[in-house]
Design a protein around this ligand. Structure first.
Ligand SMILES: Cc1cc2nc3c(=O)[nH]c(=O)nc-3n(C[C@H](O)[C@H](O)[C@H](O)COP(=O)(O)O)c2cc1C
Ligand code: SF4
Ligand code: SF4
Length: 268
């Protein structure tokens, strides 16, 4: 089957989803017509794309075994006609639970036919030098798997003659979905004196949760604990202070150390 376009769309505060989606696209080997990065809040306020006669790779991280609300709410508004989709989730070596099924179901409601799906591992957002969790993932091995996944997708597309012949790919997960983790609202970031007010953390935040006039002030009720600001700070001046998130990071580091491998879900 021939598609006029290949598109990428992702939400990726700490960039692991972005890296894997680009690597899968490299494996597919087609020209990429558009890349929609919905991480930044301003982009999510723009009109959503309408895809036609395309193959679309759509990725998001796993938050509490579900999709981040910001990603799910946006993706639900996409419209697709005569399109195949490849849903992909990135998780921090704990579990992805219902997130991939949730993404697949949302894409079907948008009008996509989900051809194949993937669950890959990225360094956990809460990972730090003190509490490493899936440190430096995706690594070389993960990237090779993502490339291979892309090649398999290209093979499947070329073997397909009609969209209506394709059954939506099976993925693990339960419906009704599990409840996402509600951490509540609390302060979990400290800013050290080393901060030079460069503003990089503000630009990195997917929720506009950092006061542009005071980089030390985070709006706790808006923050989604994605840790993009902590990881983006060039001076390591933003750190995780004692909080339920730091406790969780310690627990994950101790209990989710056994390496998990990416999973590809393919038809048949
Ligand atoms: C609030 C929150 C909840 C998370 N929940 C999970 C989870 O349930 N299971 C898991 O393995 N990783 C979990 N993670 C880790 C992310 O899924 C993982 O680090 C992912 O690679 C981040 O993607 P990104 O780099 O594209 O932002 C969570 C991260 C955050 C910030
Ligand atoms: S990125 Fe770091 S150094 Fe720059 S303003 Fe934010 S906390 Fe300060
Ligand atoms: S302030 Fe909160 S939402 Fe914004 S980047 Fe930092 S952790 Fe993420």
């Amino acid at each position: 089957m021939h598609f006029e376009h290949t598109h990428l769309l992702y939400f990726s505060p700490t960039a692991t989803t972005k890296i894997i989606l680009n690597q899968i696209a490299k494996g597919i080997g087609k020209h990429i017509s558009s890349v929609t990065d919905i991480t930044k809040p301003d982009i999510r306020h723009l009109p959503t794309p309408e895809f036609k006669n395309s193959l679309v790779l759509i990725g998001a991280p796993v938050y509490g075994g579900r999709l981040p609300k910001e990603a799910a709410d946006y993706i639900k508004t996409i419209k697709a006609k005569d399109c195949l989709a490849v849903p992909v989730v990135l998780y921090g070596n704990r579990e992805f639970e219902d997130a991939l099924l949730e993404l697949k179901n949302i894409l079907m409601d948008c009008g996509f036919v989900p051809l194949a799906a993937g669950a890959f591992i990225g360094e956990h957002s809460f990972s730090s030098r003190d509490f490493p969790i899936a440190l430096n993932r995706p690594d070389r091995q993960d990237l090779e798997t993502a490339l291979l996944f892309g090649e398999k997708i290209a093979g499947l597309v070329s073997q397909t003659s009609n969209l209506s012949d394709i059954a939506p790919v099976d993925v693990p997960g339960n419906f009704p979905y599990k409840k996402g983790t509600a951490f509540g609202s609390f302060s979990f970031i400290d800013v050290k004196d080393a901060c030079d007010d460069c503003g990089i953390c503000i630009t990195a935040c997917p929720k506009n949760a950092i006061d542009p006039d005071d980089h030390w002030a985070t709006r706790d009720e808006t923050c989604i604990y994605c840790c993009a600001c902590i990881k983006a700070c060039p001076l390591n001046a933003r750190i995780m202070k004692d909080s339920p998130i730091r406790d969780k990071a310690k627990w994950l580091s101790e209990n989710c150390a056994l390496r998990k491998e990416p999973q590809m879900f393919l038809p048949g």
